[in-house]
Design a protein around this ligand. Structure first.
Ligand code: FMN
Length: 348
């Protein structure tokens, strides 16, 4: 599936509004491949987005699902108090810190019934039985992994393709467990390191993701054995993206550093540093999605200093071009890199 793309560039699924049918269709139409994000929306909304995207493009596109984890056992009451105090300052009422499974089973049945050509999973492993049911209808299964160990597990449940995510990536890490940002946690591999280690561990096609912005980055991951590069932050400034104005401005300004934090959702994610992130990161429990529901009304105020401003480390390189122009530019840059390398080695 990904080997045959005219341009080996994938628009990452971006839950929370950024991935619109227009963005996904524009990338697939331009010769890349777009993913819709199923996270946080209802089954009906997902069905609507799939229908809209199919009306906008005749090219294939994918859908990404959040795999539910187990209910967190941590006592989060002191974090509820912190967020309540913060909410009062911006005139919001904190949300109910409940656990839910993001309607995973119903979303799975929907993509199965609609025969979506590619389904990707993040935050964990789908059941091997579900993988077989999807594969039986011709669906290609992608599983996001961040370590060689996760790659091995994804291979065992029958994944066709792995999406190897490095620590530069914007928004949530796709780790199977909440790991890696605490002292003594798991390794935080950069994109090339993760890619090379995973390729050395399993023999499956891999997509690389995290911090990729230019054609040279795409060339680098292809040279390291990836079949395609998946870019998220690079598409956040596109007119077709559903990125909020406040988020766009903060990205365009390029003045803030990024950090990994559990403060907004209870799961490690990379975003621009703001007041909420600074004040709450060390206190935030590993309790996803409870913390997501708790902070949602605070983030929804649209106040710059309390919003989750997801961004990968290379976000200052993102542009506001239309998505098709980004895909075309990446292709031209990639071709230039390949040609100049070929020329260099031919010269001897
Ligand atoms: C705003 C935003 C939302 C994201 N939402 C999802 C998601 O719903 N599912 C998913 O698998 N990855 C999600 N990601 C992560 C991307 O798949 C990808 O790993 C990441 O964007 C790569 O790093 P980059 O942003 O530096 O390109 C999101 C990324 C961003 C920036």
């Amino acid at each position: 599936m990904f080997h045959t793309l005219a341009v080996p560039v994938i628009a990452a699924p971006m839950a929370g509004g950024a991935s619109t049918p227009e963005l996904v269709a524009a990338v697939s139409d331009a010769g890349g491949f777009g993913f819709l994000a199923a996270g946080y929306i209802t089954v009906e909304q997902l069905a609507e987005k799939i229908t809209q995207t199919s009306q906008l493009t005749s090219k294939p596109f994918g859908v990404n699902l959040f795999v539910p984890g187990t209910r967190p056992t941590a006592d989060i009451s002191s974090y509820v108090d912190r967020v309540t105090a913060c909410a009062e300052k911006v005139g919001a009422v904190p949300g109910d810190p409940r656990w839910d499974d993001d309607n995973y089973a119903a979303k799975l049945e929907l993509v199965l019934a609609l025969r979506v050509p590619v389904v990707s999973f993040t935050f964990g492993l789908p059941d091997a039985d579900d993988v077989q049911r999807l594969k039986a209808t011709g669906t290609t299964i992608v599983v996001t992994v961040t370590t060689p160990s996760e790659a091995r597990q994804a291979q065992q449940i029958g994944a066709d393709v792995l999406c190897v995510q490095g620590a530069d990536a914007g928004a949530h890490r796709g780790t199977f467990t909440d790991d890696g940002i605490s002292p003594g946690g798991g390794e935080l591999y950069g994109t090339l390191a993760a890619l090379t280690l995973v390729r050395n561990t399993v023999d499956l096609p891999v997509i690389a993701t995290g911090g990729l912005m230019r054609g040279a980055d795409v060339a680098a991951v292809l040279a390291a054995g990836a079949v395609a590069a998946q870019l998220g932050t690079a598409f956040l400034g596109c007119p077709e993206a559903g990125t909020t104005a406040v988020h766009r401005e903060a990205l365009a300004e390029g003045a803030r550093r990024t950090a990994l934090t559990r403060a907004f959702t209870g799961r490690p994610a990379r975003g621009l540093v703001n007041r909420f992130l600074i004040e709450n990161s060390v206190h935030a429990p590993a309790a996803y999605p409870n913390v997501h529901h708790l902070t949602k009304p605070v983030r929804a105020t649209g106040e710059l200093e309390v919003m989750s401003l997801w961004a990968g480390t290379t976000y200052p390189l993102a542009t506001a071009e239309p998505a098709a122009d980004i895909v075309r530019r990446l292709h031209a840059e990639l071709t230039d890199v390949v040609n100049s390398l070929a020329e260099r080695f031919q010269r001897g």
